[in-house]
Design a protein around this ligand. Structure first.
Ligand SMILES: Nc1ncnc2c1ncn2[C@@H]1O[C@H](COP(=O)(O)OP(=O)(O)OP(=O)(O)O)[C@@H](O)[C@H]1O
Ligand SMILES: [Mg+2]
Length: 377
């Protein structure tokens, strides 16, 4: 078992509160990813779970047992860092075996554990070499091997792939996903990388300044962000945020006005007065050439041709508000030449003055079906 509960967990460094009350339940075998801007407390929270950092307030439970004061080695947790921290004078075998040597494990069992980890990580041929001879990805696998041999209930990863180049990162991402399936252990993973978070996580926890902004499955956060922070953080390029005026509320949703044009966003209506300022969220990938429910006149300033897609950084309307659109690879657009684009009302997000989302009338199951339809087409 590797079930984890955090109840109002806080951390202060002297008078500076870094973790400001975190509540979180992680199920046994779940893969949870922490994301958030630099300095928001991801590593601190992970280190508190590992026992490397004292918990100032609140309770940390593993399988229902309070472990706040339990020594790190007794928590059944293994942590893998960005820096591999391997011993250069020891062989790969001894590096992996190190935590078992510390435990004074019998040689036969130790060998079995190390060889098993090496097999899982494709390091069998490297066991007698020194880490200096290995590539970055292989070194990181040795560090992961050192975690595996301990057979922890919970693995903690702090940006383990960020020192690797893009191709290797992609390979390791797939290896880690396989490893998770194979070991069925609970994993908590910190990353800056959107793609890692979206593809590896059962659930993503979005942190901001020591608090959880939202917790949910990757597509839940993408389609139903709770607020402007999560909406801006999940998705790349970032969601466009337009300042709009409420034009009325009906059963169909909330009508908003932008640049003399009106669109009814199909959200669950709630008390909001005509004339109030709201924020309309439009993801770049939802902008289409030609008219949509809301027409957008864009003047591209910078155009990035990626092959499969074209990303246009444009000015919107007469004021030239910064706006990003992700269009088809072959989109016929030129720098400085206005183009008519549009967005469907059903793709829009709406936020109140405090940045809280209006609930979208979109069922995730519907979206999943839509996705299937698109892929099949
Ligand atoms: N030992 C410490 N003493 C004082 N402040 C600390 C200490 N460790 C971390 N902090 C502060 O706590 C905050 C959170 O740091 P943390 O390393 O957890 O952020 P992070 O989300 O992991 O950031 P990054 O993405 O850059 O790794 C920062 O403001 C940092 O300066
Ligand atoms: Mg960190």
């Amino acid at each position: 078992m590797g079930q984890l509960s955090l109840h109002d967990v806080r951390k202060s460094f002297e008078t500076f509160e870094v973790i400001k009350g975190v509540d979180l339940e992680v199920r046994d075998g779940e893969f949870v990813v922490f994301v958030g801007p630099s300095g928001c407390g991801k590593s601190t929270l992970l280190r508190m779970i590992a026992g490397l950092e004292e918990i100032s307030h609140g309770d940390l439970l593993i399988d229902g047992k309070r472990v706040n004061d339990l020594a790190p080695v007794k928590r059944g947790i293994a942590m893998v860092f960005q820096s591999y921290a391997l011993y250069p004078h020891m062989s790969v075998f001894e590096n992996i075996a190190f935590p078992l040597r510390v435990e004074r494990m019998a040689e036969a069992l130790l060998r079995e554990r190390v060889l098993n980890a090496a097999r899982i990580l494709h390091l069998e041929e490297r066991l007698e070499q020194k880490p200096g001879l290995l590539s970055g990805g292989q070194r990181q696998r040795v560090a992961i091997g050192r975690a595996i041999v301990r057979q922890p209930k919970i693995f903690l990863f702090d940006e383990p792939l960020s020192n690797l180049d893009a191709a290797l990162r992609g390979d390791m991402r797939i290896e880690l996903a396989k490893l998770h399936r194979q070991l069925k252990a609970t994993m908590i993973y910190v990353t800056h990388d959107q793609v890692e978070a979206m593809t590896m996580a059962d659930r993503i926890v979005v942190l901001n300044a020591g608090r959880i902004e939202q917790t949910g499955a990757p597509l839940e956060l993408y389609h139903k962000p709770a607020n402007t922070f999560v909406a801006g953080f999940i998705g790349n390029p970032r969601m466009n945020m337009l300042t709009v005026t409420c034009a009325g509320v009906s059963e169909a949703g909330v009508a908003v006005e932008y640049g003399g044009r009106t669109i009814t966003v199909p959200v669950v209506p709630r008390a909001v007065q005509p004339g109030e300022t709201l924020t309309l969220g439009i993801r770049p990938e939802h902008v289409e050439m030609g008219a949509g429910d809301l027409a957008l006149t864009l003047v591209p300033g910078v155009i990035e041709r990626l092959g499969a897609q074209t990303v246009a950084y444009a000015g919107l309307g007469s004021e030239g508000v910064a706006f990003c659109a992700m269009l088809a690879g072959a989109a016929v657009i030129r720098v400085g030449e206005p183009v008519e684009a549009g967005v469907r009302a059903v793709d829009c997000h709406l936020f109140d003055a405090a940045g809280q989302a209006f609930e979208r009338r979109v069922e995730l199951t519907d979206i999943d079906l839509d996705l299937l339809k698109v892929t099949a087409a």
